[in-house]
Each structure stands twice: as C-alpha cells, then as structure tokens.
Design a protein around this ligand. Structure first.
Ligand code: TRP
Length: 427
C-alpha cells in the first residue's frame, strides 16, 4: 500500500514566497518520491468560513490552483482537486459531525481565540462565531479521512486539527467498524522547513504581519520592491557584515546551493553592501521563480485549461470518494432497503465498485447498463445486433471513461458517470 500524503490550502488571498518555500516546493518534491500517492486540494469550503467576498474567493481559488501547476506540480501523477468539486466531503462531514463531541470542539484553538477576542472586547463569547468556524475541524477531518491519508504535512498551528481527526476516526471505527479499521489514523508532518522563511522584518513571513514577499503577483517589480524593504543593519558598503541572523541571508539560503551560501557569506564578511546583496538576492530568486511566473500568467490567462485540469482531478478524487462513502453509509445504516443488515456490511467492500451488466432482451438484442456502487442506474445502452458490439463499448468506456457519442442513454449526471467510470481506469 503506497503512503498517502494529503494537504489542502485555504483559498483566501494569494500565496507568498514563504508558502512556496515552506509548503508548495517541499510538497511537490515529495510527490515525486516513489511509493507516495499525493493529494493536493484547494480548501474552498474552508475559505467560505472566513470570506464573504465571492469574487475574492473565486479569484483566490484560481490563483492558488495556477500557482501549484506553475510551480511544477504534475497533475497526472497526483490527485489535484477543488474540495467543493467533491460533494462526498461535506456528506462525510455530517457522518463525522454526528460522532464528534462538542466538548472537544470547544477546545479548538481557532474557536477559543475567537471567544477570547470577543470577551476581551466586552462582547458575548460567541459573538463572532459561526457554526462554520466552530465545525472547521470536522470538515478538515473529512478532507483527510475521505482519502485515508497516512501523512498530512501542515504548519504547527494545524497539529491540533490532526489530533482531533485521529480522535474522530477512532470513535467512528469503534462505533461502526465492526472490528475493521474503516479509517486510517493520520499523522501530522510538521517540517522544520515549514516555519522557516522570515519576512521583511525578520519575523515569520505571514500576511498578518504584512511582511511578505509576493510569489507571482505584481511580477518581477513587486519582488524587487519587496526585497528592497528587507530590514538589515545599518553597516555601510565596505564594512564587514555578520551574515548569520540576517533575514536577507536566510531568504537567500532558501534558494541557494551550499556553494552559493558560502560565497554570499564570505562576500558580506568582506564588505559587500546591502544594496548590492539585495540585487544578488533578487537575481537568485528570479532565476527560479521567473519561468514559473510566466507559466502562472499563461494559466491565469487560460481559465479553461485550468478548469479542465481540475475537472479531471475531481473525477480522480471521486473515483475513490464515491465508493468509499457508499461503504461508510452502509456502515452507519444508510442502506438500500433491499440490503439485509449483515449482508450490507459484509458485502460493503465488494459492493463498493460500479458494475457493467451485459444481457440479452426478449427482442433478441444485446444491451448493457452501468450501475453505481449503490446499485442505481447510471447508463443504459441501446440494443445491439451483435453481443460483441455491446462488449466492445463496455471495454471502451472502461478504458477511456465517458465518451460523448457512446450509444447510451445517460441516467445520471455526467459528473457521477465520469466518477464511476474512473473507478475502472484505476484497476
Ligand atoms: N486548515 C488548513 C490550513 O489552514 C487547510 C486545510 C483544510 C488542510 N483541510 C485540510 C490542511 C486538510 C491539511 C489537510 O492551513
């Protein structure tokens, strides 16, 4: 079983250099390792909790998707999707909500911070708390458990959410697993690197400190302008400078080879001026980011390309999510009336795949139909003279997925059919 690694980025705002160095670059590098199956997604349902500006959310989602791809993510190799394209996630959220202790959610850091702020301002404790904010950790648990991720790379502030996910998963397994581990218990992976990049003022690079270097927005000029604002000491050109502890040097390190790092330090100790050093830093960063920025601009100019990548990603994600949710629904007792109590659970894993049925009708013609994992009719073919013709179409649909001119009647949404057919391509 490959290691499944999953992480999401909330789609509010655009990404900065710290997000690139701390999250995106290592995630893409890790996704290339053998034996790893990566899931990356735009957490746009999470963004709704914090954002009531629809256009801003929509732009941010598009910009973040383009950023991942521009930075070198191979969407064929990983599963790359929008959370909101996978309706099984909010459905799973409800199943999990029903086994989550409210008392545990009361202890979530983000919720407590909102309460503390309200109390400090002399307001009702829950004055600014929506149910979305309160239930944030449950939605995040659904993100992770939907795909049974083993590892979740996150920043330190998210570790509590992974612990909550484990608790929720354990409780669900205990209540409904009948001895089976329906959910894998995920591990948080907090890389030292994720906290590393300092901002212009030397504190951690963060939007909330207004000390960020933009990644692509504003082009090379914005990069130059931001680097010009990096705080240094006031030593003049020609004076020897101590490189260690300088934000400028730490940022340089994030893009440099060991040789470049040593040479940069030697130059500063030898009196290199800060202005000159900043020019070198801009050149170094732009050498790596510049080509990505061009890809980014091209993706932003072609939303239809981006959309196609994400639709394909959603189909891939749903090929896992749809049958798994079916199994979970059966486990909690949401079953077709035709399924008997024990059979439903015992057969759940077998029933978890869509099936093609081929048969001959009284009219002497040959037919096929596609049934979902839950037994609902998705596709109904026309009648064929030859059984072979029906068989060939079944084979082709299994191989290629949905084919627009297939001689069939669609009985469900195209998204459901695409997702069901994707299950055949996987095996
Ligand atoms: N809460 C995460 C953050 O703000 C984003 C996120 C949403 C996430 N769902 C996730 C991260 C699932 C990892 C796994 O950074």
């Amino acid at each position: 079983m490959p290691q499944r690694v999953l992480t999401g980025i909330t789609t509010t705002g655009t990404l900065h250099l710290g997000n690139y160095v701390g999250a995106i670059r290592p995630a893409i590098a890790a996704s290339r390792a053998p034996g790893v199956e990566s899931f990356f997604f735009m957490a746009d349902f999470h963004a709704l909790i914090k954002c009531d500006e629809p256009d801003r959310l929509a732009h941010s989602s598009r910009a973040i998707a383009a950023t991942w791809l521009a930075a070198g993510l191979d969407a064929d190799r990983v599963t790359f999707y929008r959370q909101s394209d996978v309706p099984e996630i909010p459905e799973l959220t409800w199943l999990l909500t029903c086994v989550t202790a409210k008392g545990q959610m009361n202890r979530a850091h983000a919720y407590k911070a909102a309460v503390d702020a309200a109390v400090a301002a002399g307001e009702e404790p829950d004055a600014h708390v929506t149910m979305g904010l309160f239930s944030y950790p449950v939605l995040m648990a659904a993100d992770i458990l939907m795909f049974n991720a083993h590892r979740v790379p996150v920043g330190k502030d998210q570790v509590q959410h992974i612990e909550m996910t484990r608790d929720i998963a354990q409780r669900f397994n205990h209540l409904f697993g009948q001895g089976r581990e329906l959910f894998t218990l995920p591990e948080a992976q907090v890389d030292a690197e994720m906290e590393l990049l300092p901002g212009l003022d030397g504190r951690k690079m963060s939007k909330s400190y207004d000390n960020v270097i933009p990644l692509f927005e504003g082009g090379a000029q914005a990069l130059k302008d931001a680097v010009a604002r990096i705080v240094t000491d006031s030593k003049l050109p020609g004076e020897p400078k101590e490189p260690e502890g300088q934000a400028l040097v730490t940022i340089y390190d994030a893009f440099a080879t060991p040789e470049q790092r040593a040479a940069f330090r030697a130059a500063l100790r030898g009196g290199l001026g800060w202005g000159e050093a900043k020019q070198q830093l801009v050149a170094l960063i732009d050498g790596q980011i510049g080509p990505m920025r061009e890809r980014y601009a091209s993706l932003m100019a072609h939303p239809e390309q981006l959309e196609a990548v994400l639709q394909a990603g959603a189909a891939k994600a749903r090929a896992i999510a749809v049958p798994f949710l079916q199994q979970l629904r059966a486990a909690v007792g949401l079953r077709p009336y035709t399924a008997t109590a024990t059979a439903a659970t015992a057969k759940a894993s077998k029933a978890a795949l869509p099936v093609f049925k081929q048969y001959r009708e009284g009219d002497g013609r040959f037919y096929f139909k596609l049934l979902s994992a839950g037994g609902e009719l998705l596709l109904q073919s026309i009648g064929f003279e030859q059984g072979r013709e029906a068989g060939q179409w079944v084979a082709r649909l299994k191989r290629e997925g949905w084919v627009a001119d297939a001689p069939v009647q669609r009985e469900a949404s195209e998204a459901d059919i695409t997702a069901a057919l994707a299950a055949f391509q996987d095996d």
